[in-house]
Design a protein around this ligand. Structure first.
Ligand code: HAM
Length: 445
C-alpha cells in the first residue's frame, strides 16, 4: 500500500493505546459499575465526576513534577487563550481541587466520594496499559484514623470478592511515614547510591536526585539487587507513623483481611504519606497492579486548602475485566432479547409498531424486523438475534385480528388473538424474567 493511502487508512483506526468498548465488554463494565455503586452506597459514599480536563497545575502540584505521570505521561495542550490544560491522568487531584473549590469542608466530615471515569496517560501501550483507561475510586476526606484506612482497604477487598477476583490477588501494604521522616530517608537513600550510579538503569539514574524512593520498586535486575541492600525505610520513619501502621494492621486482622508487608512499596504519586497499598495479581506481581491507594494527609493543604487529612483508592477497570475473563468469569447478560417481531406488508407493519411498544411496557425485550424482507428472511434474522419467540403478522393475521407466536427452538407455533399476544408472551417468558427495571418515581415538589 502506498504511504499516502496507508496514512488515510490508518486515520480511520483508533489511535495507539485507545480502544472501543464493544458490547461484550460493556456487559462487564456494567457489572463492575453496579457492584461499585452498590458497595459505595452501602457505605455512605456519593458519586462525583470531575471534568475530563483541568488546569495542568492541578496535576503538577499534586502528583509531583518528578513522577512518571507528570514528567512524561500527561496529555497537555493549550486552549485558544494559551492556558495550559491536561486530560486527567488520575482522579484524586481533581476531587481534592473540587473539595477545596466547593467548600466541602463545610459538610459533615469525613466527606465520602466515589467515581467511575475515563483517565488518560501517555503510557507505552502494552497488556493492561492503555492511553485511555477507566478507573473507579473512593476518597475519604476530612479525617485521619487507621480505622478509616482499614475501611477503605476492606471496601476494595469486598469489591474484588464481588467481582470473583479476590483469590487471585494479593494485598501489598506499607507505610511511607510523614513527609519529614521520608525526607530523611530519601537523603539516606541518595547517600547509599553514591558510587553505584553506573549500575542503575537510565530511568533510575534520572530519578536519583528527584525521586529516589522510586528506585526501590524499579523492575530492572541490577536496580532490584541494589534496592535489596538499600537502607530500610522503617529505620527512618517517625514513631507516630509506625504506631499508626501497627494500629491499621490490627484492624485488618480483625476484619480477616490478609496482606503482605512490602517495605519496597512506594507508589508512583508524590501525595502519599503513611499508608500505601496495592492489589497485585499473584502471578504477575507489581507489573499489573489492579488497584492502589493510600493516605494523602498533605494534599489538600498543598493545593491551597486548610490542612485536611484524607485516604483513598482507585482501581483499573480494564485490568479487572481482563482478570475476570482470564479466569473465565461470566457476568449476567441483560442484553439478550425475548421477542422478535416479523411482519409482511404495510398493514401488518402498522399493527407491529404499537405491539412492540406494548411488549416493551410489559417488560419484554423486543425488536422488530421492520424492513421489507420476506418472512423467511425475517425468520432467519430472528434466529441470528437469538430471541426465543417470534411474533409473525401477515395479511391474514391483520384481517383476522390475530398473530402467530413461534417458539424458535421447538419450531412450534400457535395463533392468538391480537389482544392476547402480550399476555401470552409474558406467560411464556415467565414473570420473573421480565425486564421491568424502573429508575424510581419522579417526585414533584
Ligand atoms: P494508580 O496506581 O496510578 O493510582 O492507578 C490506579 C489503577 O489504575 C492502577 O492500579 C491500574 O489498575 C490502573 N491504571 C493506571 N494506569 C493505567 C493504564 N495506563 N492503563 C490501564 N490501567 C491503568 C491512582 O491513580 C491514585 N489516584 C489512586 C488513589 C486514589 N490514591 C488515593 N486515592
Amino acid at each position: 500500500m502506498a504511504d499516502e493511502e496507508k496514512q488515510k487508512y490508518e486515520a480511520f483506526q483508533t489511535p495507539k493505546g485507545v480502544h472501543d468498548i464493544l458490547p461484550v465488554v460493556h456487559e462487564f463494565h456494567t457489572f463492575v459499575k453496579k457492584v461499585v455503586r452498590h458497595r459505595a452506597r452501602q457505605s455512605g459514599y456519593r458519586r462525583i465526576s470531575t471534568p475530563i480536563f483541568e488546569y495542568t497545575e492541578v496535576f503538577k502540584r499534586s502528583i509531583g513534577d518528578s513522577s512518571d505521570i507528570v514528567s512524561k505521561e500527561m496529555y497537555t495542550f493549550k486552549d485558544r487563550k494559551g492556558r495550559s490544560l491536561t486530560l486527567k491522568p488520575e482522579g484524586t487531584a481533581g476531587v481534592a481541587r473540587s473539595y477545596i473549590e466547593k467548600g466541602m469542608n463545610q459538610l459533615p466530615q469525613p466527606v465520602l466520594l466515589y467515581y467511575f471515569e475515563p483517565h488518560f496517560r501517555y503510557d507505552r501501550p502494552q497488556k493492561g496499559r492503555y492511553r485511555q483507561f477507566w478507573q473507579f475510586g473512593f476518597e475519604v476526606i476530612g479525617e485521619s484514623d487507621p480505622a478509616l484506612d482499614a475501611q477503605v482497604i476492606q471496601l476494595a477487598d469486598r469489591i474484588n470478592e464481588d467481582l470473583g477476583i479476590k483469590d487471585i490477588l494479593s494485598l501489598q501494604l506499607n507505610t511511607i511515614g510523614s513527609s519529614e521522616s521520608r525526607q530523611k530517608y530519601m537523603q539516606a537513600l541518595q547517600d547509599y547510591y553514591v558510587g553505584k550510579e553506573r549500575s542503575l538503569c537510565e530511568s533510575c539514574k534520572g530519578r536519583l536526585d528527584t525521586n529516589p524512593l522510586r528506585l526501590l520498586d524499579c523492575k530492572a535486575e541490577d536496580c532490584k539487587i541494589l534496592a535489596e541492600l538499600a537502607p530500610a525505610m522503617k529505620d527512618y520513619l517517625d514513631k507516630e507513623s509506625l504506631d499508626y501502621h501497627e494500629e491499621l494492621k490490627s484492624y485488618l486482622d480483625e476484619l480477616g483481611i490478609t496482606y503482605e508487608e512490602n517495605p519496597k512499596l512506594v507508589r508512583g504519586l508524590d501525595y502519599y504519606s503513611k499508608t500505601v497499598f496495592e492489589f497485585w495479581d499473584k502471578e504477575e506481581g507489581a507489573q499489573n497492579a489492579i488497584g492502589g491507594g493510600g493516605r494523602y494527609d498533605g494534599l489538600i493543604e498543598l493545593m491551597g486548602g486548610q490542612p485536611t487529612p484524607a485516604v483513598g483508592y482507585a482501581a483499573g477497570v480494564e485490568r479487572i475485566i481482563a482478570n475476570m475473563r482470564r479466569i473465565k468469569i461470566r457476568v449476567p447478560s441483560k442484553d439478550s432479547l425475548h421477542v422478535f417481531v416479523a411482519q409482511l406488508g404495510k398493514e401488518a407493519k402498522k399493527k407491529c409498531l404499537p405491539l412492540i411498544k406494548n411488549l416493551h411496557d410489559a417488560g419484554l425485550k423486543t425488536m422488530g424486523a421492520l424492513g421489507k424482507g420476506s418472512i423467511n428472511v425475517q425468520l432467519r434474522l430472528a434466529h441470528k438475534f437469538g430471541a426465543p419467540y417470534t411474533v409473525l403478522i401477515g395479511i391474514t393475521e391483520v384481517r383476522e385480528g390475530t398473530a402467530i407466536i413461534r417458539d424458535m427452538e421447538k419450531g412450534q407455533q400457535e395463533t392468538v388473538s391480537m389482544e392476547n399476544v402480550v399476555y401470552r408472551l409474558v406467560e411464556l417468558i415467565g414473570k420473573d424474567n421480565l425486564d421491568r427495571y424502573s429508575p424510581g418515581e419522579l417526585l414533584y415538589s
